[in-house]
Design a protein around this ligand. Structure first.
Ligand code: SF4
Ligand code: F3S
Length: 112
């Protein structure tokens, strides 16, 4: 199994998660993060760190789409291991519906 980042990270990107990952398997897009499913060791310590509750185990229902999403972009984006400032309107964007369709950017982030 693996943990994955889901849509509520988009436009929030709080980055508390990256600080606790023992294997540095988070990758940074312009406005969200992903986890590399083959590098994640399923320790689970990142899940409670996310203020937006965006990290999920793939054992939950309907997670296949998110595993593929995380895999696809983790192979395109740079690794991120250090916390940085969240997106400018992160608090307002937390919980907003339709983020994937309306806001997701395929562009890479800056990484570390
Ligand atoms: Fe990293 Fe553990 Fe989270 Fe996987 S579950 S991304 S290994 S902190
Ligand atoms: Fe995103 Fe939550 Fe990490 S908002 S950057 S998954 S702490």
């Amino acid at each position: 199994m693996t943990y994955v980042v889901t849509d509520n990270c988009i436009m929030c990107k709080f980055t508390d998660c990256v600080e606790v990952c023992p294997v540095d398997c988070f990758y940074e897009g312009e406005n969200t993060l992903v986890i590399h499913p083959d590098e994640c060791i399923d320790c689970g310590v990142c899940e409670p760190e996310c203020p937006a509750d965006a990290i999920r185990p793939d054992t939950e229902p309907d997670m296949e789409k998110w595993v593929e999403f995380n895999r696809t972009y983790s192979e395109k984006w740079p690794v991120i291991t250090q916390k940085k400032d969240p997106m400018p309107n992160a608090t307002e964007m937390d919980g907003k519906e339709g983020k994937l369709e309306e806001f997701f950017s395929e562009k890479p982030g800056d990484g570390d």
